[in-house]
Write a protein that binds this ligand. Structure first.
Ligand code: MG
Length: 280
């Protein structure tokens, strides 16, 4: 299989990605997909989507779960609303992630992924143990489909993420590494984090960002690939060093400006093509 095929984050009716015809126009060969709304997760929709993928010659490499009620308005709101961490919605969201994994299986996709939320810091606390347990439950569920679960980076430092994965203790839990998120959330220098996570990184986002004045308290700023503080060339060289050979999935989260999103992703495709030809 081609090393580092270029990809883009895509959506059907939910999420911030581009639509499939746009992915096709951008000339990418892979996508990650934001899971569609519940009513669209049917075998008929899966079949139609598979036919489109086939027509465009695009391979689906991961399905990302997301939930109603999640908000990324500011960092405290993320903590309160995102992922499987908030206790009030945990059981129903676990069930929904299982349904999303079923839908991913209908699409023949071996990876499901999500923002787990802010994992509690006290490793001996009940909250932490419960989040470990729910993650283990989900991993065991998707394993029956032969799937892996990838955790999106951002809310944790790399060290905390390694510790958490070890505490869950299953063999199908890995990392979707997003270098910009480390900056946006202020959870650590992305290149050092990538080196530390190493072989646990099984999928990646190519996204760029600038540090906030007070990292961790306020958002950094997402910017077009190559214009932020990640250093995309060093990022790719480090991916090469750690032996990552999966897709380079571009993420640019400005769906309110579809034209600009498309142009900036096109720029990112060019940048990645050039760097790829220099590195591998
Ligand atoms: Mg991301």
């Amino acid at each position: 299989m081609e090393k580092w095929p270029i990809g883009v984050f895509a959506s059907i009716d939910a999420g911030l990605g581009v639509h499939l015809p746009v992915a096709h126009e951008l000339g990418v060969s892979t996508i990650q997909l934001h899971a569609p709304h519940r009513e669209s997760r049917t075998p008929e929709h899966a079949e139609r989507f598979l036919q489109l993928l086939k027509k465009y010659g695009i391979r689906l490499t991961a399905v990302f779960g997301g939930f109603d009620g999640e908000s990324y308005a500011d960092i405290p709101t993320v903590e309160r609303t995102v992922g499987l961490v908030p206790r009030e919605t945990r059981a129903e969201r676990l069930q929904e992630m299982q349904q999303i994994a079923d839908f991913a299986r209908q699409l023949g996709c071996p990876v499901v992924a999500l923002h787990l939320g802010f994992v509690p810091h006290d490793r001996n606390g009940q909250d932490y143990r419960e989040v470990v347990e729910v993650t283990r439950d989900l991993c065991q569920y998707v394993k029956r489909h032969g799937q892996s679960l990838h955790l999106e980076t951002g809310q944790e430092t790399a060290q905390a993420l390694v510790q958490f994965i070890d505490d869950v203790g299953v063999n199908n839990l890995f990392v979707n590494f997003d270098p910009a998120n480390m900056i946006l959330y202020g959870t650590g220098e992305p290149i050092a984090a990538l080196k530390l996570l190493g072989s646990r990184v099984r999928s990646v986002h190519c996204k760029d960002g600038k540090w906030a004045k007070n990292p961790g308290n306020e958002w950094g700023q997402e910017v077009p690939l190559g214009q932020g503080d990640v250093n995309i060339e060093t990022y790719l060289r480090t991916l090469y060093e750690i032996g990552f050979d999966g897709p380079l999935t571009i993420e640019r989260e400005i769906p309110q400006e579809r034209e600009r999103q498309r142009e900036e992703i096109a720029g990112a495709v060019q940048l990645l093509r050039r760097l790829k030809s220099e590195i591998i």
